[in-house]
Design a protein around this ligand. Structure first.
Ligand code: SF4
Length: 252
């Protein structure tokens, strides 16, 4: 069971949560159950076999990772030259966190700080993500965090479809190894690629999808970097997190 759930809420915990909510720019009264879009539709799981993305391309030859365990998988990423991004990266960014996590968070791709440090979600966006997690009672170390791409696109441009296809087997193998109980897609790029759709993130968030044919619930929300630029959307991100917690609780 997720440690975020089923525990009593002490005064200290409430105070700490209040501080984290403040960090997220969310007023404390939002601790009450939000009326999410999913609630409005009876919390129905939306099976998004959305394959309306015309930009999906076939990989000429993907990495052979099917049977790899963690160490050889990480080595494969660190030495990967399957797409052009290998030539401009400082370091690949494999992923970090609890390899037995209930929660798998998937973002877009490394940025400048991540490329330098080799870890996803560092810098200001990472700090906000940590605050978001703490607001639902999770330490960063309790979840696993990865990206769609393991190497930084130059100037933080959007990933190209062929790069996503080349890199996807690594992420799929990580998902197989972790076997998370829930996937949280952070941002448009992650949500659209995982769900294979071009639907806008504003329409993907706020409901429970299913990750392809795995049965794993997937919830999409805004990327922390976007929330830093658009703090008015933090309330919706908070609702998405609440929906994720409730989804796990219902499936416990
Ligand atoms: S982005 Fe992925 S496929 Fe491209 S070089 Fe890096 S690890 Fe390999």
């Amino acid at each position: 069971m997720c440690s975020a759930m089923g525990t009593g809420t002490s005064l200290g915990t409430r105070n700490r949560r209040y501080l984290y909510l403040q960090a997220m720019g969310i007023q404390a009264w939002e601790l009450r159950r939000p009326q999410t879009e999913a609630h409005a539709v009876g919390h129905q799981v939306v099976r998004t076999q959305e394959t309306d993305n015309p930009s999906i391309v076939e990989a000429p030859e993907g990495p052979a990772v099917v049977d790899l365990d963690w160490t050889p998988l990480q080595t494969a990423v660190e030495t990967c030259t399957l797409c052009d991004l290998h030539s401009s990266r400082t370091r690949s960014v494999f992923g970090v966190g609890n390899r037995n996590a209930d929660w798998l968070l998937i973002g877009e791709a490394p940025g400048r700080d991540e490329d330098q440090q080799g870890e996803p979600f560092v810098g200001r966006a990472g700090q906000l993500l940590n605050a978001m997690l703490l607001a639902i009672g999770l330490q960063r170390e309790q979840v696993y965090i990865a990206n769609i791409l393991k190497c930084r696109p130059p100037n933080n441009r959007d990933p190209k479809p062929e790069e996503v296809v080349c890199c996807e087997p690594y992420l799929m193998r990580q998902i197989e190894l972790i076997r998370p109980r829930l996937i949280l897609a952070l941002g448009r790029i992650a949500a659209q690629n995982l769900l294979r759709t071009e639907t806008a993130i504003g329409k993907l968030r706020g409901r429970v999808h299913q990750f392809r044919d795995t049965g794993i619930p997937l919830i999409a929300t805004y990327h922390p970097a976007y929330l830093l630029r658009s703090p008015g959307e933090k309330r919706k991100a908070w609702q998405d997190l609440q929906l994720a917690v409730e989804t796990l609780r219902e499936r416990a």
